[in-house]
Design a binder for this molecule. Structure first.
Ligand code: HEM
Length: 432
C-alpha cells in the first residue's frame, strides 16, 4: 500500500485507495487502515485528499450527525460547487442532464432532502414492500427453474442468470416499467453500471425522454406503482395550491430523478444476492445451516450484509459545516469525509471475531447492527425491500441447490477494479 507522509492534522499518512496492493485484499487492507488512526487522509480516483473514517462508532457518528452535508455548497460561507463537477465525472453525464442528478435524494440536504425522502417513504410503504413478496418469490422460482438451461458444461454464472435479472425485474415492478419495455430498461441499466464500458453519456438522452413518456402514460392510466404514487402527490399539491403542505410539492425534474434513482439502483441488491451466494458456496457449513433451517433467513441476510457489505463506502462524501472532531481528531469546516462502511462492519470494537461468517450471529442491537444500509437521516429507503429480496433469493437457492459450489478457485474470480472503489464481482461461475 503506498503511503506518503503528509503530516496533515497529525494523520499518519496518505492512503491511495486505488493502490493495487490494497485492492488485492481490501478487507484486510482496510482493517490495517482502521487500526492505524481514527482518521487518515486518502485519495481516490484522482480526487483531492479526503478524511477517511473507518471505525464503527465514528462512521455511525458521522452518519447521524446533522453537522455534515452532502452538497459542499451548503457549507456556510464556503460557497463551493464541487458537486456538479463531481457528478458529471462519476456519471459521465452531459451538462444538460446534470440537473436531474443535482436535485436527487442522494445529492440534496436539509428541507429538500426531507421532502424527497417523504415522497419515497409514501411510495415505498411497508404495505407495498410486503405486497411484493409473492411476486419476488414467483420471479425467483422462475429464474431458478431456468438455471440448468443457462448452464454450459454444468457451470452457470449466477450473477447474470439469477442475481441481476431478479433484482432488475423487481425494481421495474416497483417503479412501474411495463413488461414490454423491460429489455430496453435492462440495457440502460447495464450501460450505467460502473463496471460497463458502454458509452454512459449516450444513455441519458434516451432514458430521460422515456421516463417523461412513462409519467404521461401513468397520468392517463394509473397503476399500483411508484410513478402513480408520485403523480398523485404532485396532483394533490397542485389542487391545494398555495395552501399545499410544502412536504407534498414535487417538481417534474425531481420526479424523474427519483424514478431514475429507484428504478436503476438494483445493482447493490444484485451484489447482496451474488455476494451472499458466493459466501454460501465457499462456506458449506453455513450453507447447510440455512438449507436446514429457512427460518434463519433474516439473521443470515443480516450477517451477509455485514460480512460482504455491498456498498463499500457511502456513495456521497460528507462535508463538515463547522470545525469539529471525529474520534478525537480535528476536522475543519468544509473538509470532506469519506465513510468506509466495509471497514466499520469488520471493526472488532463492535463485532466479535468479525472475519468469521456466522449466520447464527445475533445483532448486538436488534434488529440491525451493521452499517450496510447507512444510518440516520439518509438511512437506505430501500432496505426493507433489499432484505426481502435477499431472504427469498438465498433461501430458495440453497433449497433448490444444496450442493452449490464455486466452479473456479476463489482466486480466479473476475473482479472489476474501479478507481477508488471496490473489486466488484463481474461473474459468479458455480456448479449447481
Ligand atoms: C443490498 C442493497 C442495498 C444497499 C447495500 C444499499 C445501501 C445504501 C446506503 C449505504 C445508503 C446511504 C447512503 C448515504 O448515507 O450516503 C442508501 C441510501 C439509499 N438507498 Fe439503498 N441500498 C440498497 C438497496 C436499495 C434499494 C433496493 C432501493 C430502492 C428501491 C434503495 C434506495 C435508496 C435511496 C432512495 C437512498 C437515499 C436515502 C436518502 O438519502 O435519504 N436502496 N442505500
Amino acid at each position: 500500500m503506498s503511503v506518503t507522509d503528509t503530516g496533515h492534522n497529525g494523520a499518519a499518512g496518505l492512503v491511495d485507495m486505488d493502490d493495487p496492493e490494497l485492492m488485492r485484499d481490501p478487507y484486510r487492507g482496510y482493517s490495517r487502515i482502521r487500526e492505524r488512526a481514527p482518521l487518515v487522509r486518502a485519495v481516490m480516483a484522482g480526487s483531492e485528499p479526503v478524511w477517511l473514517v473507518t471505525r464503527y462508532a465514528d462512521v455511525k457518528g458521522v452518519l447521524t450527525d446533522r453537522r455534515f452535508v452532502v452538497d459542499p455548497a451548503n457549507v456556510p460561507g464556503a460557497g463551493q460547487d464541487g458537486l456538479r463537477e463531481n457528478l458529471m465525472r462519476t456519471h459521465r453525464m452531459p451538462q444538460e442532464y446534470v440537473d436531474f442528478r443535482k436535485v436527487g435524494i442522494n445529492t440534496t440536504d436539509g428541507a429538500d432532502h426531507a421532502r424527497l425522502r417523504g415522497h419515497v417513504r409514501h411510495a415505498l410503504t411497508a404495505r407495498r414492500v410486503a405486497g411484493l413478496r409473492t411476486r419476488i418469490t414467483e420471479i425467483t422460482e422462475a429464474l431458478l427453474d431456468r438455471l440448468p438451461e443457462a448452464a454450459e458444461d454444468g457451470v452457470v454464472d449466477l450473477l447474470h442468470a439469477f442475481a441481476y435479472p431478479l433484482t432488475m425485474t423487481v425494481s421495474c415492478e416497483l417503479v412501474g416499467v411495463p413488461e414490454t419495455d423491460r429489455s430496453r430498461w435492462f440495457e440502460w441499466h447495464k450501460a450505467i453500471n460502473p463496471t460497463s464500458d458502454a458509452d454512459k453519456a449516450a444513455v441519458w438522452p434516451e432514458v430521460i425522454p422515456y421516463v417523461r413518456g412513462l409519467i404521461e402514460r401513468r397520468r392517463a392510466e394509473p397503476a399500483d406503482d411508484l410513478i402513480t404514487a408520485l403523480i398523485r402527490a404532485q396532483a394533490e399539491a397542485e389542487r391545494a395550491g398555495p395552501d399545499a403542505d410544502d412536504a407534498q410539492r414535487i417538481t417534474e425534474v425531481e420526479m424523474i430523478s427519483l424514478i431514475l434513482t429507484l428504478g436503476l439502483t438494483s445493482q447493490q441488491t444484485a451484489h447482496l444476492v451474488g455476494g451472499g451466494a458466493l459466501a454460501l458456496a465457499t462456506h458449506p457449513d453455513q450453507l447447510a445451516l440455512l438449507r436446514d433451517d429457512p427460518e434463519l433467513a433474516q439473521r443470515a441476510v443480516h450477517e451477509i450484509l455485514r460480512w460482504c457489505t455491498p456498498t463499500v463506502m457511502t456513495p456521497r462524501v460528507r462535508y463538515a459545516t463547522e470545525d469539529l472532531e471525529i474520534g478525537g481528531m480535528p476536522v475543519r469546516k468544509g473538509e470532506a469525509v469519506a465513510l468506509l462502511l466495509v471497514a466499520a462492519d469488520w471493526d472488532p470494537r463492535e463485532f466479535d471475531d468479525p472475519e468469521r461468517l456466522d449466520l447464527t450471529r445475533e445483532p448486538r442491537r436488534p434488529p440491525e447492527t451493521h452499517l450496510a444500509f447507512g444510518a440516520g437521516p439518509r438511512y437506505c429507503s430501500g432496505a426493507a425491500l433489499a432484505r426481502l429480496e435477499g431472504e427469498i433469493a438465498l433461501t430458495a437457492l440453497v433449497r433448490r441447490h444444496p450442493r452449490l459450489t464455486l466452479a473456479v478457485p476463489p482466486s480466479d474470480l473476475e473482479y472489476a477494479e474501479l478507481p477508488g472503489m471496490w473489486r466488484i464481482l463481474m461473474t459468479l461461475p458455480v456448479r449447481l
